[in-house]
Design a protein around this ligand. Structure first.
Ligand SMILES: C[S@@+](CC[C@H](N)C(=O)[O-])C[C@H]1O[C@@H](n2cnc3c(N)ncnc32)[C@H](O)[C@@H]1O
Length: 190
């Protein structure tokens, strides 16, 4: 499908962003689009993924965090906080080890200096991965993180391998070919 067709499709479906189709493809391929009652959305603003997940799984309890503010989405518990401070949110902290699905679309501000940007992405991804690992349910928790194909990507994947028994890489059809974005999926928490 042509890139713009995803945007038209999203608009017609009432979704906030075409990026929901990237998430949906991974959820479908990993059999995750059901039986997911507790979801944590990291780097959630402006709310496209949370909104989509609430529509798809209305019974799920969704918690979302971002450093930026996010408009209210019915049924989504949003906290304006950095991932670094996630443990300071009592409503989320008390659910440690209970999330069936943690998703991250987190992305740092780009400086334009390639080496700095690559380092910043890696550091933020590692922070997110470690936090996600502690919040995920040992029995059935799954983790999906958007990252970028760069010189640190293999290192990030190796870190995923140390925390999850199953790790897969996805480049969804809705992700533009020329974009460096790529997704990692982790399941079976070690
Ligand atoms: C690509 S956007 C997320 C889009 C979102 N998934 C959606 O569907 O609407 C990336 C987000 O990561 C957030 N972010 C960057 N650094 C963060 C941090 N340290 N903690 C939490 N969120 C952060 C940014 O503020 C931004 O809103």
């Amino acid at each position: 499908m042509h890139a713009d067709k995803w945007a038209i499709k999203a608009k017609q479906a009432g979704y906030k962003t075409r990026a929901v189709y990237k998430l949906e493809e991974i959820l479908l391929k990993t059999n995750t689009l059901h039986n997911t009652d507790k979801i944590l959305d990291i780097g959630s603003a402006p709310g496209g993924w949370s909104h989509f997940l609430k529509l798809k799984m209305p019974k799920s309890e969704i918690f979302a965090i971002d450093i930026l503010d996010m408009e209210d989405i019915s049924g989504v518990n949003f906290f304006q906080k950095s991932i670094e401070s996630i443990d300071e949110i009592p409503e989320i902290k008390c659910l440690k080890g209970k999330f069936n699905l943690v998703i991250s679309d987190i992305a740092p501000n780009i400086t334009g200096i390639n080496t700095v940007d690559i380092e910043n992405i890696y550091e933020l991804n590692i922070l997110t991965l470690k936090a996600a690992h502690t919040y995920i349910d040992k029995n059935n928790g799954k983790f999906i993180i958007k990252t970028f194909q760069n010189s640190m990507f293999k290192r990030l994947r190796k870190e995923m391998d140390t925390l999850f028994k199953t790790v897969q890489t996805f480049k969804p059809a809705a992700s533009k070919k020329q974009s460096a974005e790529i997704y990692l999926y982790g399941a079976q928490k070690r």
